[in-house]
Ligand binder design. Structure first.
Ligand SMILES: NC(=O)c1ccc[n+]([C@@H]2O[C@H](COP(=O)([O-])OP(=O)(O)OC[C@H]3O[C@@H](n4cnc5c(N)ncnc54)[C@H](O)[C@@H]3O)[C@@H](O)[C@H]2O)c1
Length: 245
């Protein structure tokens, strides 16, 4: 039970990597608060509670500053603290540079970058008050390497890495760590729209010749969210089967 008695917020926990993080954290003893717009987060929380864990679901957008602030205040007063923030919610709107619309650019910046800023800013006072915090945010190996058709997405993921390094400097003295995770290609709904032939090429390009499952990534989040990682801050942990090296 590596997260016994911890209170953990997981954004985008309704499916994919966020669902795996929520289920793993609950198994490790955390009370998990799932924040997502997709209603199936309710079923994820119910499943955790039926399995003897503790979870709740809130339908709030990470981009809604006032709603996030009000929710974090409620969580802090009901649970007495907030130990862990997992900034996992993210979206894609892929298009090559010349075809990408301003709306597609703005949508991805709003969720992947501003949403992470809003949630982290909202949680910081509670973590500072307790002199303890673990902030782990979803980057991507695309944020390290770029990717065809992902000008907007790559910019946000590089931004998440830089924000984590900045928070390491600003919040470190309060016992708060801030790290990023850079997954490679992971089998979730986010990547299901990729055509079969592209998928085969992606797989062939990965040294381990396979793609990640959500739980492969969740274990990285578990490490960085645990007490074992107390001296780890400002890093980007790449989990991509050896693609970035
Ligand atoms: N799947 C991959 O290959 C991969 C690779 C690298 C990084 N990532 C990153 O990991 C994270 C999770 O990815 P995934 O593959 O599980 O994606 P996913 O699409 O399966 O899940 C993302 C979740 O975020 C939620 N979400 C989106 N906008 C939101 C908002 N405004 N407020 C609250 N919740 C919102 C969605 O409803 C969804 O449940 C993302 O940040 C993604 O960019 C994924």
């Amino acid at each position: 039970m590596r997260l016994n008695d911890k209170v953990a917020i997981v954004t985008g926990g309704s499916r994919g990597i966020g669902q795996a993080i929520s289920e793993l954290f609950a198994k490790e003893g955390a009370a998990v608060i799932i924040i997502d717009l997709l209603p199936q987060g309710e079923a994820v929380a119910k499943g955790i509670n039926l399995n003897g864990g503790k979870a709740e679901f809130h339908s709030v957008s990470v981009t809604d500053k006032a709603a996030i602030e009000a929710l974090f205040e409620k969580i802090n007063s009901e649970h007495g603290k907030i130990d862990i923030l997992i900034n996992n919610a993210g979206i894609t709107r892929d298009r090559t540079l010349e075809k990408m619309s301003e709306d597609e650019w703005d949508a991805v910046i709003e969720v992947n970058l501003k949403g992470v800023f809003i949630c982290t800013q909202a949680v910081a006072p509670y973590m500072k008050a307790n002199k303890y915090g673990r902030i782990v945010s979803a980057a991507s190996n695309v944020g390290l390497r770029g990717n065809f058709g992902q000008t907007n997405y790559a910019a946000t993921k590089a931004g998440v890495i830089a924000m984590s390094k900045t928070w390491t400097m600003e919040l470190g003295k309060y016992g708060i760590t801030a790290n990023a995770i850079a997954p490679g290609f992971t089998m979730t709904d986010m990547v299901k729209k990729i055509p079969e032939e592209h998928f085969a090429a992606i797989k062939a390009s990965i040294p381990l010749k396979t793609v990640a499952q959500p739980m492969d990534i969740a274990y990285g989040y578990l490490y960085l969210a645990s007490d074992e990682a107390r001296f780890v801050s400002g890093i980007c942990l790449t989990i991509d089967g050896g693609t970035s090296r």
